[in-house]
Design a protein around this ligand. Structure first.
Ligand SMILES: Nc1ncnc2c1ncn2[C@@H]1O[C@H](COP(=O)(O)OP(=O)(O)O)[C@@H](O)[C@H]1O
Ligand SMILES: [Mg+2]
Length: 389
């Protein structure tokens, strides 16, 4: 454009008025385009002359930097800035001709702190430095994102580390448990008061080892990423399998089981191991809530696009102030509770894209309701079946 303009200017005497008008229009258009580019940029740009006076600045620069009100053009940059710290910094750096490269500057604006990155580049014209170009980038979000990422990485590293330690503790615990049993067996042949006392002590040690083991198993479950393996499965079958396993314990605790399973149950996508673990945790809590016995009611209901499973007990109930805390890791009201049972339940239900809700009344009982989605294909199948009937 410049070359074309130079050529045109040499011949300006020979141009008629329309040609001159068209030439000016071209120059104006070109100027507007450059201005548009400069003003549309989200990064700030400030152009300085050889004496560090402001020649040009874009909208983003005005927004990012605290410029004094009024005309700032033709004033030295430090004189145009309203912030004394910033002004001092540029004065010193520009006069001393220091390098300004990715210089991070924190500025308070409207109650929040913004982090800006500034770089000064030489403004070269016809092979000569004729000033400077200040580039200002707002890196607040970038920095916050980096910090978040670092935190997540630290947490992940910590989780791996603790999971590793927990795993290491589990092995000797297993060995201790086996050796206690061996000692008990060896003692079993002898008789006498001493042997009995030692047997009792060993029983206690054994219980403690089991408790520790339980804590570690729960902890590992809670911190390890879950590798859910979803397969098509009937929820009722899973419930039956679970209670086959646990009905002796219920009988022992004088708890009546009341199963109400919807016969029209669509297949769901379930991880059998984890889902059984989740239901077991809820049932175990229900059992501890009914030390005098009671009734455990388990119900499944198939709705259009989801299935509801509720497990209700007639136990002690949960005080209002604990209702929001029970899913938190390590929240327990039991002397020997891990407080990880329901944390794990929550995690498992979330892995199944489900929801879990509860209702509870102190002295009356507690009811947990799990909602699980029915896969799309199953929904269509159900619709088709109901048309047939
Ligand atoms: N069915 C229930 N009835 C009464 N309280 C319950 C029930 N289920 C859970 N809770 C309360 O929630 C707490 C946390 O449960 P959980 O995460 O399984 O940990 P833990 O069983 O080790 O205490 C329990 O200590 C208990 O106070
Ligand atoms: Mg529990």
């Amino acid at each position: 454009m410049r070359k074309f303009l130079n050529r045109a200017l040499k011949k300006i005497g020979k141009l008629d008025i329309d040609q001159i008008r068209s030439l000016i229009m071209d120059v104006v258009q070109e100027n507007e385009l450059l201005e548009m580019v400069l003003y549309s940029m989200t990064d700030g740009v400030v152009v300085l002359d050889e004496n560090h006076s402001v020649i040009l600045l874009n909208k983003a620069a005005e927004r990012l930097f605290p410029f004094k009100s009024g005309e700032v053009v033709e004033r030295p940059l430090w004189d145009a800035l309203a912030d004394s710290g910033l002004s001092e910094f540029f004065h010193e750096a520009l006069v001393e001709q220091e390098n300004i490269e990715d210089k991070e500057i924190s500025l308070q604006s409207g109650g929040s702190t913004r982090v800006l990155s500034c770089t000064m580049m030489p403004l070269v014209r016809e092979g000569r430095i004729q000033g400077g170009l200040l580039h200002i980038e707002d890196i607040t979000e970038k920095k916050a994102k980096e910090a978040r990422l670092r935190r997540a990485e630290n947490l992940a590293a910590l989780t791996t580390l603790t999971a590793g330690v927990a795993h290491e503790i589990k092995n000797p615990l297993g060995s201790i448990s086996i050796h206690i049993q061996l000692i008990q067996k060896a003692l079993g042949n002898g008789a006498g008061k001493n042997t009995e006392t030692i047997q009792n002590y060993l029983d206690i040690v054994n219980e403690e080892v089991e408790r520790l083991n339980g804590i570690i198993v729960d902890f590992l479950f809670a911190v390890r990423p879950m590798d859910v393996n979803l397969v098509s499965q009937n929820l009722n079958e899973l419930v039956h399998e679970l209670f086959e396993f646990i009905h002796y314990e219920l009988e022992e605790q004088k708890i009546r089981l009341d199963l109400n399973l919807d016969a029209q149950m669509p297949e769901l996508q379930l991880d059998l191991k984890y889902m059984k673990q989740a239901l077991l945790n809820i049932v175990k809590n229900a059992i501890s809530a009914m030390p005098e016995g009671g009734c455990l009611r388990v119900e499944t209901v198939a709705r259009d696009d989801h299935v509801e499973l509720s497990i209700s007990d007639t136990g002690v109930g949960i005080p209002e102030e604990n209702m929001t805390k029970i899913f938190e890791p390590y929240f327990t009201t039991k002397d020997f509770g891990s407080g990880l049972g329901l944390t794990l339940v929550y995690k498992i239900i979330k892995e199944h894209q489900g929801e879990i809700n509860l209702e509870s009344r102190e002295g009356e009982g507690t009811s947990f309701t799990i909602t699980l989605p029915v896969p799309q294909k199953e929904q269509r199948l159900l619709g088709w079946q109901s048309n047939e009937v």
